[in-house]
Structures are given as structure tokens and as C-alpha cells.
Ligand binder design. Sequence first.
Ligand code: GRF
Length: 222
Amino acid sequence: MYQVAVLLSGSGSNLQALLDAEAAGALGAEVVLVVSDRADASGLQRALARQVAAAYVPLPATPRGADRAAVRAAWERRLADVVAAFAPDLVLLAGFMRILSPAFLDRFPNRVINQHPALLPDDGGDTYVTSTGLVIPALRGAHVVAEALERGLPITGCSIHRVTPRVDDGPVLARAEVPVLPGDTPETLHERIKVEEHRLIVEVVRSLAQEHACAEREVQRR
Ligand code: GRF
């Protein structure tokens, strides 16, 4: 069975969508581990409620004068050790609010994907062309839902992409457009984006699991 580790910092509604699909026999994959950098992330409780291993790996406070980069790299190595102990086929960043460097990413080459609540282009560029031909900015960073509203965009959405050391970049696996409605607040807009994210993440994990199974069969046939 294709095995997935999920890293998160918050509520974990996307994790829940995966767990529900798995329980319904509709995922073709198994969530084997949930890791958080926050002890109060309710995603950890969602994992425990389904008997899925859950780990809290805090980023230590950096003492004055300490080498921040060294502390950070040691934390990423520790995080990678925890994840690697479960040997997952896929590492999903589902609302994980830390940027991961090659210290982590190189341990899981081509296996880390991220959910981003805005539309990202295929070419890593600064604009995205919507299905109706509208050119909008590609929003990156931690506040893109509010930014879509501030910039008065008529449309935004969500993307799932492979993770590279460049933030909110890397090949896009799937995306969905979501219209911005009059009177939207960051909260109402994010809720509607999440509805699409929940559908999309199940589709992406299912299709990666199928690809993996096909590749395994191919290897066995040789
Ligand atoms: C999602 O909108 C995801 O795109 C972003 O963080 C949010 C996580 O939501 N990176 P949840 O914790 O799964 O509810």
C-alpha cells in the first residue's frame, strides 16, 4: 500500500479529507504518520483519533548569539529522521508553516508535495492565466488568500505542486479555480478554497498511488 506522511501546523482539514477517503476505501493509500511543529495543531488529534502515528517535533527557540542556521538545520534533520523512520512513499505538506531546505528535501527526493491556496503557473513565473484567459498574479507566501482580496482579483484558487527549495514553486500536479464573491472575507474565501483543496488532495494522492503501483508492476515484470 502506498504510504503517506503528512506535515501540518494547523487544523488539518485536508488531512481529515484524506483520512475520510481512506476510511471509505477511496484513497488507494494509507496515511502512516502525521507530524507537526506545533503541539496545539488539531491535525495531531485528528490523526490519533484514527490510530495514525502522530509526532510533535518543535523548532527550538534560538538562544541569543546562537547560530540560527545550525539550529534550524539540526531541526530539519531531526524532522527528516522522524519521517524517514516510516519510509513513506509521499510526504505531503498540508498547511505546514515552515520552509524546508535541502537539509530535509534531499532526504525525500521527488517525494514532497505542497498544498498552496492560490493559483500557481506551470513555468514558475509571476503570472497565471485562468481558464477564461485572464492574466492574474501568481501569489506566493503565507497570506495569499487575504492578498487575493486586497488586490481585487476576481478569481483565485488552489494548487498542489512538487516541492523544490524555491518557496511555492515546483511542478504543479493539480489546481482548481475559485471565484472571489462580493462580500468575501479572507475566512469565507479560504473556506471555499478548502472545499476544492479537499477534493483535489484526495484525487492527487489517489493518482500518485496508482502511478506508483503501475511502476512497481512494471519492475516486477522485467
Ligand atoms: C490550506 O489552505 C493549504 O493550502 C495551506 O494551509 C491550509 C491548511 O488547511 N497551505 P488545513 O489545516 O488542512 O485545514
